[in-house]
Ligand binder design. Structure first.
Ligand code: CLF
Ligand code: SF4
Length: 524
């Protein structure tokens, strides 16, 4: 018998090409050519043996382009691009661009001079910071002078840092030469539709050729420019990621078509993100009651894209001035006044030494994962597929106290016909349970809601009260694998769990849906 958390819902969406590929299988499948439809495309969880060396060199320490790298390497954004050339219904200009960051906090806008000093300061303090992105708070290419001046200077002053930019794509075809000239190896285009009839529900207007254009014509121009820009980047060897905002009832099933079209044009990754539409953000969608997707709705669309462009599932919808590992926010340590007072010494050698140590740690995690999977295969047991939440603060380990977690990482374990795989499928942001030494019991229901589709939560420690509440909700709290590598803990728990099911000590029960937390992220 096969147990799964999602049988009831998965069949609603039709996968590409009529073939359903299990998520875990996809994650493990690595590089695949697309039979003449597009270039080779490698998944975010792929490794060096899955892709050409020059591509691996570009992605191996980019936390957004490599799922494994995001446990070890950090990125930062500089908010040098305030203007925008389109209007999205999920955006309120008072806040950051929600294409690449989430609304809720206004960034401190920087001049290129300030931005360069900030990057050097962060790079000195955080040697695992390997990528600098320009992602707003408006559109990077609606502010080309500031964007490219910043890139040009950084190319000279911090040559080991990878450059990355994010755009809505309207101006992209005009700047591909500059992107190549300044060695911007990674570009993200937000593409929410490839059909203007869908697009006119998302974009009320664009500003193009010195004119404001509205309605379907605006959406048509936008989609043509996005596709052209993507093709031009692919032709020049720039790795391109597509971000799509999943808007239930507007573009949910349509995103499967988007996935197919961007794969055809050589997109390296597709990142499908949930709409954030709290009314207090004052966006059109927020004010008209357009809701965001639930966790399972998001997963269904992502799973239905299996076989198309490879998916990124570890995006944190970070701010236009984010600093740190994905999922952490250290921007408060690098406000303009603090950076102004810093003595910045950019020590390239020290950064390289540190990153060599990170690579050793990463290799240890990789080996631990392989050993854990091999161990689990030999034990046999019932077929099942389920989700598990993990509290981690990095290094690929179960090393965080339940009460200190501001997010849980979600893994899917899939045992089918003797083959076991694990796959990272996303994260769930939560409010901090532990507030200044005591547990905040009012937060517990929202934390349970966020991981309600999981069978267990693996933590380094947990108090009696949250333990009881989780158990009552049917989620098993597990401390036993504290400080072990995540995959090892996951599979050890899983083998124990299905052995208990097989012995009749516990009964397998399907889990329900979970909610994606809306609203501003607050750093712990
Ligand atoms: Fe920044 Fe974006 Fe570059 Fe990453 S973020 S410009 S590709 S360096 Fe990353 Fe943040 Fe998600 Fe963006 S987690 S919002 S995908
Ligand atoms: Fe807002 Fe970004 Fe859309 Fe511009 S592209 S309207 S800044 S979400």
């Amino acid at each position: 018998m096969t147990f799964t958390t999602e049988d009831s819902t998965l069949s609603r969406l039709k996968p590409l090409g009529g073939i359903r590929v299990e998520v875990a299988g996809q994650a493990a499948s690595g590089c695949s050519t697309s039979g003449g439809e597009g270039k080779a495309s490698c998944g975010s969880s792929a490794g060096p043996s899955d892709m050409p060396t020059e591509i691996w060199e570009k992605v191996k320490n980019h936390p957004c382009y490599s799922e494994e790298a995001h446990h070890h390497y950090a990125r930062m954004h500089v908010a040098v691009a305030p203007a925008c050339n389109i209007q999205c219904n999920y955006c309120n200009r008072k806040y950051d661009c929600s294409n690449e960051s989430r609304p809720g906090v206004v960034s401190q806008k920087l001049t290129p001079d300030q931005a360069v000093k900030k990057v050097l300061a962060v790079a000195s303090e955080i040697p695992q910071m390997t990528v600098l992105g320009i992602a707003g708070p408006g559109d990077a290419l609606a502010n080309p002078k500031k964007t490219f001046e910043t890139f040009e200077r950084l190319q000279q002053e911090a040559p080991d840092i990878k450059l990355c930019l994010s755009t809505n794509g309207l101006a992209l075809p005009d700047y591909v030469d500059e992107i190549v000239k300044y060695n911007v190896d990674h570009v993200t285009i937000t593409i929410n539709m490839v059909d203007a009839a869908v697009g006119e529900k998302i974009y009320p207007w664009i500003f193009y050729n010195h004119k404001r254009i509205t309605g379907r014509e605006a959406a048509q121009i936008l989609t043509e420019r996005q596709m052209l820009g993507l093709e031009m980047l692919t032709a020049r060897g720039v790795l391109t990621k597509i971000n799509s905002v999943l808007i239930p009832g507007v573009n949910d099933e349509h995103l499967i078509e988007v996935n197919r079209e961007v794969k055809k044009r050589g997109a390296f990754l597709h990142n499908i993100m949930p709409l954030i539409s709290e009314p207090e953000h004052g966006t059109v969608f927020g004010l008209t009651g357009q809701r965001g997707p639930s966790a399972q709705e998001l997963k269904e669309v992502q799973d239905a894209c299996a076989g198309g462009a490879n998916l990124m599932r570890h995006c944190r919808q970070c701010r236009a001035d984010a600093v740190g590992l994905l999922g952490e926010d250290r921007s408060d340590e690098f406000t303009q006044d603090k950076v102004d007072q810093m003595e910045v010494v950019y020590d390239l050698e020290k950064r390289r030494e540190y990153q060599t140590r990170v690579e050793t740690e990463r290799q240890a995690q990789h080996s631990a994962k392989e050993a854990a999977v091999a161990m689990a295969q030999t034990q046999g047991g019932l077929d099942m597929k389920l989700l598990v939440a993990v509290a981690t603060e990095g290094q690929g380990k179960i090393n965080q106290h339940f009460g200190h977690a501001t997010e849980f990482q979600i893994y899917e374990i899939n045992a089918t016909e003797g083959n076991i795989t694990t796959a990272f499928i996303g994260h769930r942001r939560v409010d901090l349970y532990c507030q200044g030494g005591y547990g905040e019991d009012e937060q517990l229901p929202s934390i349970v809601n966020a991981i309600n589709d999981c069978h267990a939560v693996l933590v380094s420690k947990i108090g009696a009260c949250p333990r009881d509440e989780l158990k009552a909700a049917g989620i098993e709290p597990v401390e036993q694998y504290a400080h072990e590598f995540i995959e090892h803990g996951l599979l050890s728990w899983f083998n124990d769990y299905r052995a208990r099911v097989a012995r009749g000590e516990i009964e397998y029960q399907a889990r329900g849906d979970a909610s994606i937390r809306q609203g501003a992220y607050l750093a712990a």
